[in-house]
Design a binder for this molecule. Structure first.
Ligand code: GLV
Ligand code: GLV
Length: 337
C-alpha cells in the first residue's frame, strides 16, 4: 500500500503524476485554500502533506495526525508550521529555499524601480489623459523620481534573497550596499562589495532604500515600527517582500501619512488578502503587490520539483534535501517503515 499524500492546492500535473508513482495522492482542487477543519480531517488520515503558507499546521493538527511523517511546505517560509512541535513528534518538515531567490530578488527590484521611477503614477497619468491635459509633451519637473546610482541600499537580512538583491544593487545600479543581520558574513562582504552595519538603527539612518529579507520570527516581528521608521531618511523608501508582520502596518501608514519616509513597495501584509480600502491603498507613493514574490512560472515549477525531491527522498528512507528541522533525525529515521 502506498502512503497517503494530501496536497492542499493544485500543483503542476506532471509533478503530481510523478508523486503518484510513490504516493496515493489527493489534491484539494479549489482556488481557495482548504478550510482548517478540512485540513484537520485530511491530515488525520495522511502519511504526508504538501502545504502552503495559507495552511495553519499547528501543534493541534500535528498531534491529531497519528500517521503523519512529513510536511513538505511549498514555500521558502514556514512560519505557518509549528516546527518545534513537529520535531518533537518526529515529523519531518521541508521547504523550498534557493529555487525562488532570483525570482524574489527580481520582484524586489521591480518594486524599488516602480517606486523610485513612479511607474504606476506615470501610467495612470497617461491613461487618464492628464499628460495630454498639461498641453505640453515635456516639462523639466514632470514626474521627477530618484536616481539609484550612488545611493545607499540597506539590506536587512543577507541570506539567499538579500544577497541577490545586494548583488544587483552593486553591479547593476552602482549603489553602495550596507546590510544588517544577526550574523556577519565577512567572506560575502568581500565578494559582493557590501558593508556590515552592526546595528539596525545605523542602517536605517544611512539607507536611501531599505529592503527586508528576514524570515518572520518572534525577533523580527514588527522590527520596523514607529521607533525604527522615525530613524529613516525623509527621502528613503521601504520595500517589503519578506513577511507582512515584520512591519508594524499602523506605524507604516503613520510614517507615510506624516512624511517620515518618501514611499514604499509592499508585497506582503499583515492580514492578507488586504481589502481595497486598506489604508495603504491611499498613497500614490506606495506600490502594492498581492504576495507574488515567488510568482514566476520558473520559480513555482522549481518549487514543485523540490517538493517532489523531498517526498521521494523521504519515501526511499533518505534525508530530504531541504529539511528544515534537522533535529528530527534524532527522533525518527526518514521513511514510512
Ligand atoms: C512565499 O512567501 C514563500 O515563503 O515562499
Ligand atoms: C529627454 O527626453 C531629453 O531629451 O532630455
Amino acid at each position: 500500500m502506498k502512503p497517503k499524500l494530501y496536497i492542499t492546492r493544485e500543483l503542476f500535473d506532471d509533478i503530481v503524476a510523478k508523486l503518484s508513482e510513490y504516493y496515493e495522492v489527493e489534491v484539494w482542487d479549489k482556488y481557495h485554500h482548504p478550510p482548517h477543519d478540512v485540513l484537520l480531517s485530511k491530515a488525520r488520515e495522511a502519511d504526508a502533506l504538501v502545504t502552503l503558507l495559507t495552511d495553519r499546521v499547528d501543534c493541534n493538527l500535528l498531534q491529531n495526525s497519528p500517521k503523519l511523517r512529513i510536511v513538505a511546505q511549498y514555500a521558502v517560509g514556514f512560519d505557518n508550521v509549528d516546527i518545534e512541535c513537529a520535531t518533537r513528534l518526529g515529523i519531518y518538515v521541508t521547504n523550498t529555499p534557493d529555487v525562488i531567490s532570483d525570482t524574489v530578488a527580481e520582484l524586489t527590484w521591480a518594486l524599488i524601480l516602480a517606486v523610485t521611477k513612479r511607474i504606476l503614477e506615470s501610467d495612470a497619468f497617461v491613461r487618464r489623459g492628464e499628460w495630454r491635459g498639461t498641453g505640453t509633451p515635456w516639462h523639466p519637473k514632470m514626474m521627477l523620481g530618484a536616481e539609484l546610482k550612488g545611493k545607499v541600499l540597506g539590506i536587512i537580512g543577507l541570506g539567499r534573497i538579500g544577497t541577490r538583491v545586494a548583488k544587483i544593487g552593486v553591479l547593476g545600479f552602482g549603489m553602495k550596499v550596507v546590510y544588517y543581520d544577526i550574523v556577519r558574513y565577512k567572506e560575502k562582504e568581500g565578494i559582493l562589495g557590501v558593508e556590515y552595519r552592526s546595528s539596525l538603527e545605523d542602517l536605517l539612518r544611512e539607507a536611501d532604500i531599505v529592503s527586508l529579507h528576514v524570515p518572520l520570527t518572534p525577533q523580527t516581528k514588527h522590527m520596523i515600527n514607529e521607533n525604527t521608521l522615525r530613524l529613516m531618511k525623509k527621502t528613503a523608501i521601504l520595500v517589503n517582500t519578506a513577511r507582512g508582520a515584520v512591519v508594524d502596518t499602523n506605524a507604516l501608514v503613520k510614517a507615510l501619512r506624516e512624511g517620515w519616509i518618501a514611499g514604499a513597495g509592499i508585497d506582503v501584509f499583515e492580514g492578507e488578502p488586504i481589502p481595497a480600502d486598506h489604508p495603504l491603498t491611499q498613497f500614490k507613493n506606495v506600490v502594492l503587490a498581492p504576495h507574488v514574490g515567488s510568482a514566476t512560472f520558473e520559480g513555482r515549477y522549481r518549487m514543485a520539483q523540490v517538493v517532489l525531491e523531498n517526498l521521494v527522498a523521504f519515501y526511499e528512507g533518505r534525508r530530504p534535501p531541504t529539511l528544515v528541522n534537522e533535529d528530527v533525525l534524532k527522533v525518527r529515521p526518514p521513511g514510512f517503515k
